[in-house]
Design a binder for this molecule. Structure first.
Ligand code: NDP
Length: 444
């Protein structure tokens, strides 16, 4: 049996009932076969892949908190420090009822490769809790964040592990988490990113993931002789990534006609109005039905179905496994030429395979959404030198990083005889740097 297959079997046996983690590992290891095959015995001897797929540390903890009625609750908290070969652990915190160890491990594993692709010195980690901030008062969210940090603080630090936001963790939550960290430790340091601008946050961090997705998409399209200008784009999600992807795509002359939330989706033939979307989602924290009320030409559909929209480019920006095989077939039948992932692993393995085999372009999230973590690393740099860069400086660096990521994944796909397969290109390019660092540092 090949070394890759041995490790895939081991992952399933040792991590039962963790389907998302199995899926993420399979996707990466399958595309590394060609690289591993070059030196299989050496890698097997040093258990390189076993060390790659086993987190360095997994912290699971209780998060007790009290609601506004005096009722106590307990949630599960997680921080998984996956790999520190190339830098301190870095990756977001997710607060969502679906969070479990499988989800956090899949995200942490993906994060290692994504962070490597940025070219910046950051290792991979991820965390969160099965807490749902929706419908909670500010005081309840603060109580939860403070309790969460009461355990987390002992495991993180500006040079060890630097969490950020993710689904359900935005500026409000990062503020409460930072305040509690400072109170407990007495340290004013860059221990979290995505901070408010008045206490060490970076300009352009809020926009970075969505903008970065569009910068990489634009570069990928150009390299395939296609202009983003005038293209119709279907976006899913209505959160941080989706909002700023829509904004940047519109600035580059594309027409973005959809967005979604967890209950339904909007088709707006006039193009999604970002100001209305932000008002509904960021300010009022309301449903997309409110968007429809503000835009008479828009149509609201209950439930799923956004990928039935006729479009040139699909950008899934909501959550994992939201674009399945039937969706991929529908997109293809409707003339869609590219799927560019904004969320983490939004496309199922089956759908990804279909897309690659049917001549559509595809960029995996670990490359196309890396702008968020890259700008988080730029926030760390600014915190270390106790300076703040302008919006344009950060945006320009972000743009350069995304162009570079595309060049690297494109080059890796060509070097290993899979031109245009950016999934393989991203996994290989991300892996090679981590491999070099792990081998140089010995069996640790
Ligand atoms: P937000 O919480 O800001 O927005 C998420 C959006 O997706 C919301 O509109 C939400 O709907 C919807 N959504 C969430 N879960 C589900 C679900 N299970 N089913 C259907 N819809 C859902 O998150 P972000 O925009 O920050 O993150 C989106 C994705 O991008 C995630 O996969 C995240 O890991 C990834 N990502 C984010 C980065 C960042 O910098 N923010 C960086 C890199 C990746 P509703 O409005 O109803 O809650």
């Amino acid at each position: 049996m090949s070394y890759v297959d041995e490790v895939l079997e081991m992952v399933i046996a040792k991590n039962p009932a963790q389907p998302e983690f199995h899926q993420a590992v399979k996707e990466v290891l399958d595309s590394l076969r060609v690289v591993i095959g070059e030196n299989e015995e050496e890698y097997r001897k040093e258990a390189l892949l076993e060390r790659l797929v086993t987190p360095e540390r997994q912290i699971l903890f209780r998060v007790p908190w009290v609601d506004d009625n005096g009722q106590a609750h307990v949630n599960n908290g997680y921080r998984i420090q996956f790999n520190s070969a190339i830098g301190p652990y870095k990756g977001g915190l997710r607060f969502h009822p679906s969070v479990n160890v499988s989800i956090i491990k899949f995200l942490g594993f993906e994060q290692c490769f994504k962070n490597s692709l940025t070219g910046l010195p950051i290792g991979g980690g991820k965390g969160g809790a099965d807490f749902d901030p929706k419908g909670k008062s500010d005081r309840e969210v603060m109580a939860f964040c403070q309790s969460f940090m009461n355990e987390l603080y002992r495991h993180i630090g500006a040079d060890t592990d630097v969490p950020a936001g993710d689904i359900g963790v935005g500026g409000r939550e990062i503020g409460y988490l930072y305040g509690e960290y400072k109170r407990i430790t007495g340290l004013y340091e860059g221990v979290l990113t995505g901070k408010g601008l008045s206490f060490g946050g970076s300009l352009a961090r809020t926009e970075a993931t969505g903008y970065g997705l569009v910068y990489l998409t634009d570069e990928m399209l150009k390299s395939n002789g296609i202009d983003i200008k005038g293209k119709t784009i279907a976006v899913s999600g209505a959160g941080n990534v989706a909002t700023y992807a829509i904004q940047k795509a519109q600035q580059l002359g594309a027409n973005v006609v959809t967005c979604t939330d967890s209950t339904g989706w909007i088709y707006d033939p006039d193009g999604i109005d970002v100001a209305t979307l932000k008002d509904v989602k960021e300010v009022r924290r309301a449903r997309l039905t409110e968007y429809k009320n503000a835009r008479p030409n828009a149509v609201y559909h209950e439930g799923k179905g956004v990928w039935t929209t006729k479009c040139d480019i699909a950008m899934p920006c909501a959550t994992q496994n939201e674009l399945g095989i039937e969706d991929a077939k529908t997109l293809k039948a409707n003339g869609c030429i590219a799927v560019c992932e904004g969320a983490n692993m939004p496309t199922t393995l089956e759908a990804t395979k279909f897309i690659l085999e049917n001549g559509m372009l595809f960029t995996p999230g670990k490359a196309s959404n890396a702008g968020g973590v890259a700008t988080s690393a730029l926030e760390m740099s600014q915190n270390s030198e106790r300076l703040s860069w302008t919006f344009d400086e950060v945006d320009e660096k972000l743009h350069g990083i995304m162009v570079n990521i595309f060049k690297n994944i494109d080059a890796a796909s060509k070097k290993y005889n899979m031109p245009g397969n950016y999934v393989a290109g991203a996994n290989i390019a991300g892996f090679l740097k981590i491999r070099d660092a792990m081998q140089a540092q010995g069996i640790v």
